[in-house]
Design a protein around this ligand. Sequence first.
Ligand code: GLA
Length: 374
Amino acid sequence: MKKITLFLLFAAVIACKNQPAEDGKSASAFSISETVFGKIDSTTITEYTLTNPAGMKVSILNYGGTVTKIITKDKAGKDGDVILGFDSLSGYLQKGNPYFGCLVGRYANRIAKGNFTLDGKTYQLAINNGANALHGGLKGYDKVIWKVQKLTGDSSLQFTYHSPDGEEGYPGNVDATVIYSLTAANELKIEYAAKTDKATPINLTNHCYFNLSAGTDTTIEQHELQLSANEYTPVDTGLIPTGKLAPVKGTPMDFTSAKLIGKDLPQVLGGYDHNWVLNKKGNALAKIGTLYHAASGRYVDVFTTEPGIQFYSGNFLDGTLTNTKAGKKYVQHAGLCLETQHFPNSPNEPSFPNTILKPDETYHHATVYQFGVR
Ligand code: GLA
């Protein structure tokens, strides 16, 4: 009996899968396509494009696990690409690429003086941001080639990278896995996992620069942001947290209710580039914020398992990048990042949530960007 029910269910699923839609295409339209994006030495750089039945598209490179395009509809049903990026591989390889769309690791954000002590041993990381280490060093996970595997179901790609012991000064061999999925509900889901053979700091994130106007607005000042965070981590002039948590209430850092980014931006010296302490407790996936652009109607809801988010308002963009999409000038604040993560400099701040991964543990992080219109 059970077998028959299962068989009927299976037959129904197959029938449903093969049913032609009115336009003659299959009703179930998840797909993954591949195009050659260029070459680094003898390695082919491939751009993979995930498409869901609603027609949303996400493109990703094996170079840096870099998201090159996110194509979503506006409220009039018109497709647009909602992230900044380049039109070619040479764009991504240029000096000063500000981490467009890439995966960031082994430790996203800053570690003061690139220095930390673990089990009585002091480690010195590569210094690449003033006096500090930023985003995994000179050649972080954003600048390496990941192995890519299509997962069954045509909606997910698995990226793996083996980071050797001592890479950029970090202890331990790390095996990192990132699964990018595009769901029927217009969610870009990013699931991170890592194992190590020696205790090491781990903090992985993605560095997409959103501009939901899809090329219409030159800056993100007309975007509204809401973040479920009553506190943030104040920083020194090198953007290293002081170690204290400060309330956002009554300050330009307050995004507890949706607010136009341009409203208080001029009051923040250098622009927003801070870590917000999310109100959520524990490591369950929870909704922590929304970015909304009224003119296009596009919004993105952000869900994460992480305790923090770096909201960076594209302060260092200065219009000088070349090979940009459609030759656009990416001026200051042309895009913004919502980097779900642990707090910066955690290895040196015992009061911050732990970022040290031990050999008997597995690092997990999931973040979902769900797109819609209203
Ligand atoms: C992060 C940092 C910024 C900047 C960008 C890359 O978001 O917090 O200060 O370094 O990356 O340009």
